[in-house]
Ligand binder design. Structure first.
Ligand SMILES: [Zn+2]
Length: 149
């Protein structure tokens, strides 16, 4: 761990996150490819200014480097440096943790009384949906109220 580490680039939206995914899953990418994939995969029309601005900030941190694309002299590609790879891995782990928290918080509440569920909760199929309850009594109460409606 470095002592005076400066603030890391913030990845606060899906567009930036997906650009990192593209950088990680391809040997090299062009700005054009990124714009095309954002549109195709996420239905997002990102502005070239935004995408190139983000690439520029990655480059100034030495997370990516230019790769000349031979087919066209005017085109430039980018690839992750080893510094960039570990940055992307850190971001992915952070997102993975966030997603796990989001999924768990969805599951871990009694559908009847709303109490938080930790481990030994009661799981039942109610009205074809798998639901979580704190106990059998809550499951019954929930079913009773559902059926009386
Ligand atoms: Zn309950």
């Amino acid at each position: 761990m470095k002592l005076n580490e400066k603030k890391e680039i913030k990845i606060q939206n899906l567009t930036k996150f997906y650009i990192l995914v593209l950088l990680k899953s391809n040997k090299e990418v062009t700005g054009y490819y990124i714009l095309k994939k954002l549109d195709e995969d996420l239905n997002k029309t990102a502005s070239p200014t935004y995408v190139y601005g983000f690439l520029k900030s990655l480059k100034s941190e030495r997370y990516i480097e230019d790769v000349p694309i031979l087919k066209s002299k005017r085109k430039k590609g980018y690839r992750l440096t080893s510094l960039g790879k570990s940055f992307v891995d850190r971001i992915f782990i952070r997102f993975n943790n966030l997603i796990e928290v989001a999924i768990q918080s969805k599951l871990a509440i009694c559908a009847s009384c709303g109490v938080k569920l930790y481990e030994n909760y009661h799981n039942e199929i109610t009205n074809k949906k798998e639901m979580n309850f704190c106990c059998k009594h809550c499951a019954k109460a929930y079913k009773d109220s559902y059926n009386s409606n």
